[in-house]
Design a protein around this ligand. Structure first.
Ligand code: TXE
Length: 475
């Protein structure tokens, strides 16, 4: 049984408490590792190590920081298959998805920010013949990074890369449900030659280790990705200390399909946007709205395609749908399927736990529910989508905007004007037109309403992880 340690000051160290938590493999329900049950003492030690490393790291030439991050990216790439198998075993996702999405994106994140810092521009403003103003961007110190279990290495790298590329040091608290690839990243960071104390990783429970990080007086900024309820708790802890905060939270994303859409493309892509990663991607389009004249045709094809999805052992190359991340999460998802029936919905396909060890739920399509139902208001974060007809563009927009969330949206239409018009009317941080999850790392990424605060991505991340000062020089 692998027993992980915290990664503090370049060394792997046991938790101060001496106690450990079990890491359960979702595909079997068996314990696959033990992780430190860390508390404030471990967070204090990690923050101290990060603070000690900050003076030298923040003054390390940008080109040298860039080279170190590029070397780490290369090492992740060289160990891709090991990380793929590890991520799949820890999260329950299929190896095919981990190989196509998670691990390559971690490589890309480090490469993107390693090069972005070489080209980051600043700005100057000349006040007539009186003064020159220039903006000085500097790292803040120790970045507190908290990441979720659904895309473990992908989202952890999305935080660590810009944080240290900008010259900060960091303390990361990965999800206690998926610690393995974070631990492997720590090992690879040593091999890459990233100095001790630049990256520190503390494992443990969110309410203990995570909370200690958000309350720590020497951590001036927090980048958090996780649920909306947890995000509120993080913000409450950070507020009294006036920390800089980025919150990437939950979603209940609409997928609008107009009758003039390319139906084959809409069906094929909706299959991914509904069920990839067992629906455990905050950007999944879990509320599908179809123009009434195309509703029957779409639903028939979508059900047929869903029935073809292969559920099973995530380590099998042919598997499409793996296991949900935990017993508790599976019960939450099954509870929403029961709620859908109680609210008057029809389970068009799926709806059951798969009879095998582990935490498997069939990809499920629910029809017959209106927007005001809880199943169309609350984030389920599993392989469960609703399909609902609409009768006009205005009604489609009203349905789409009818939740407290505003993370992303997808619009299927071949009418150019309508695409731009609807996009402008949707309360979402990201809107995809005739595609889904097509990402350019330079664009701002984040949610509206209860889907988050702040924008990361590209230079927006580098701005978040630096403080902008204005220096005004009298001429
Ligand atoms: O979140 P949790 P989960 C959302 C997704 C879903 C959730 C799933 O929509 O709602 O994340 O991830 C730590 N103080 N997104 O269940 O429970 C916890 O240990 C400090 C949106 O993991 O919120 C874990 O490391 N930390 C996102 C992390 O917070 C605490 C993309 C997240 O845990 C804490 C991916 C506390 N009190 C998932 N409690 C997006 N918008 O991009 C827990 N944690």
């Amino acid at each position: 049984m692998q027993r992980l340690a915290n990664f503090i000051g370049g060394a792997f160290v046991p938790p101060a408490s001496g106690s450990y938590l079990e890491d359960v493999g979702p595909a079997t329900g068996e314990v696959i590792a033990e992780i430190p049950d860390s508390d404030a003492r471990d967070v204090d030690a990690a923050v101290a190590a990060a603070r000690a490393a900050f003076p030298v790291w923040s003054r390390t030439p940008t080109e040298q920081r860039s080279r170190l991050l590029l070397r780490l990216a290369d090492l992740i790439e060289q160990n891709l298959e090991e990380l793929v198998q590890m991520e799949s075993r820890d999260n329950g996702k299929s190896v095919s998805l981990a190989r196509r999405l998670d691990i390559p994106r971690a490589v890309l994140n480090f490469r993107f920010f390693a090069t972005a810092i070489l080209h980051q521009a600043s700005e100057a403003h000349v006040t007539d013949a009186t003064a020159l103003n220039y903006t000085l961007r500097q790292p803040l110190g120790v970045a507190g990074l908290i990441s979720p279990w659904n895309l473990p290495l992908y989202l952890l790298s999305w935080k660590i890369a810009p944080a240290i590329a900008s010259g900060n040091t960091c303390v990361a608290k990965p999800s206690e449900l998926t610690p393995l690839t974070a631990n492997r990243l720590a090992e690879l960071s040593l091999e890459a030659g990233i100095p001790a104390g630049v990256i520190n990783i503390v494992h443990g429970l969110g309410g203990k280790a995570g909370a200690a990080l958000t309350k720590h007086p020497n951590v001036p900024l927090i980048s958090f990705t996780g649920g909306t309820v947890t995000g509120a708790s993080v913000a409450a802890n950070a507020a009294p200390l006036f920390k800089k905060l980025s919150l990437e939270l939950g979603g209940k994303n609409p997928n609008l399909i107009f009758a003039d859409a390319d139906l084959d493309d809409a069906v094929a892509t909706s299959l991914r946007s509904s069920f990839w990663n067992q629906g455990e991607i905050c950007l999944c389009g879990s509320r599908i709205f179809v123009e009434r004249s195309a509703y029957d045709a779409f639903l028939e094809r979508f059900i047929a395609a869903t029935k073809q999805l292969r559920i099973g052992d995530p380590s099998e190359e042919t598997t499409d749908i793996g296991a949900l991340v935990s017993e508790a999460h599976m019960q939450k998802v099954l509870g929403y399927i029961e709620l859908a029936k109680e609210e008057g919905g029809t389970v068009a396909t799926g709806g059951n736990r798969v009879d095998r060890p582990g935490f498997f739920v069939e990809p499920t399509i629910i029809t017959g529910l209106g927007c005001d139902r809880r199943v169309l208001q609350e984030e389920i974060f599993g392989p469960v989508v609703t399909v609902t007809p609409f009768d006009s563009e205005d009604e489609a927009i009203a349905f789409a905007n009818s939740t407290r969330y505003g993370l992303s949206a997808t619009v299927w239409t071949r009418d150019l004007q309508r695409a731009h018009r609807v996009a402008a009317a949707l309360d979402s941080g990201t809107i995809w037109i005739n595609t889904w999850l097509l990402r350019d790392l330079r664009v701002p990424f984040g949610g509206m309403k209860e889907s988050g605060v702040g924008r990361e991505g590209g230079m927006h991340s580098l701005e978040f992880f630096t403080e902008a000062k204005n220096v005004c020089v009298k001429l």
